[in-house]
Design a protein. Structure first.
Length: 310
């Protein structure tokens, strides 16, 4: 957090003999953001007067996160002051090189290798002998057979793929072969076959994804990622009756009036007599099993109900 706070205080300006009341508020804000004010390497004024009558000031401050070695010092560059009257506060951030692995081992979903992997894994699990477990050592040997079998089967059926910005979940080896056929022949007929297969693959993939969202996790708002949902502003002031609420007393006032807006208002209960009575409906009996089955269909990450909000 860096800005011209326009606050003079002897905490950062030794020439100024007074203490400002706004300093405490500034420190409270920085503490709430887990920031601390840092002293520059060259403690010089940051605002320079354009005449001889006024004095130079220290009003530009920098607040940084503590316990970060790369953020421990900054400097004031006076040469960047002109043509403005404020000097620049500069900090150097070291960026370390990071190696990003662009390859991974994977088994294509719904492929022949996936079916073979699942089938052979089931056979390996059923062949594990658990009838002669008499001691701890035997138990450890038996439990070690499962991860060993999974690792061997994974290395046998998986393949190494390159991760790029063009990688798609619906892509498989069949489309690659059709693309190679078109690239070799250059015929428009082969291009149409390739495009038709790609279009069909996309349609099948997104239809399956929509069915999964609608029936399994029951969170239709996950589809918003496909239509570029509106990004909310980082901060937004709470307003009540057109006026912003900038302190705690105003917020409590808004909270009280929102939930007690009908307090002390006269109520005419005779309006209820105008509503025609309805027949008493009998509630059909249901069992505990039916309740559990209904709850099992709901997502664990949202509340029960048709809209998953209530």
């Amino acid at each position: 957090m860096i800005d011209n706070f326009n606050i003079r205080d002897n905490n950062w300006d030794p020439v100024y003999p007074h203490h400002s009341l706004h300093t405490d508020t500034l420190h409270e804000i920085s503490d709430s953001l887990d920031l601390e004010m840092f002293t520059p390497i060259n403690p010089i004024p940051t605002r320079y007067a354009d005449n001889t009558q006024d004095s130079n000031l220290v009003i530009n401050l920098m607040f940084l996160q503590p316990n970060h070695r790369e953020f421990d010092r900054h400097q004031i560059i006076l040469e960047l002051c002109k043509p403005l009257d404020h000097a620049s506060l500069v900090i150097s951030i070291a960026i370390n090189e990071e190696h990003i692995h662009m390859k991974k081992q994977t088994i294509t979903k719904d492929s022949k290798n996936e079916k073979k992997f699942i089938k052979q894994l089931g056979e390996q699990i059923s062949n594990i002998n658990t009838s002669n477990i008499a001691d701890k050592e035997t138990l450890e040997n038996v439990t070690q057979e499962l991860p060993t079998a999974i690792k061997d089967l994974w290395n046998r059926h998986s393949k190494t793929v390159n991760i790029t910005r063009h990688s798609k979940e619906w892509w498989n080896e069949d489309y690659r072969k059709n693309l190679a056929i078109y690239q070799q022949s250059g015929k428009r007929k082969d291009w149409k076959i390739y495009r038709k297969l790609v279009k069909l693959a996309k349609q099948m993939f997104f239809d399956k994804r929509i069915q999964e969202i609608a029936l399994l996790n029951k969170r239709p708002w996950d589809l918003m990622n496909w239509v570029k949902k509106c990004k909310l502003p980082t901060t937004e002031a709470i307003k009540f009756n057109g006026q912003p609420c900038n302190n705690l007393d105003d917020l409590w006032y808004v909270l009280y009036h929102l939930y007690n807006s009908a307090q002390n208002r006269p109520i005419n209960l005779h309006l209820l007599n105008e509503i025609p009575p309805s027949l008493t409906a009998t509630w059909p009996l249901f069992s505990d099993v039916e309740v559990c089955e209904a709850l099992n269909k709901c997502s664990n990450s949202s509340t029960p109900g048709p809209d998953h909000c209530s």
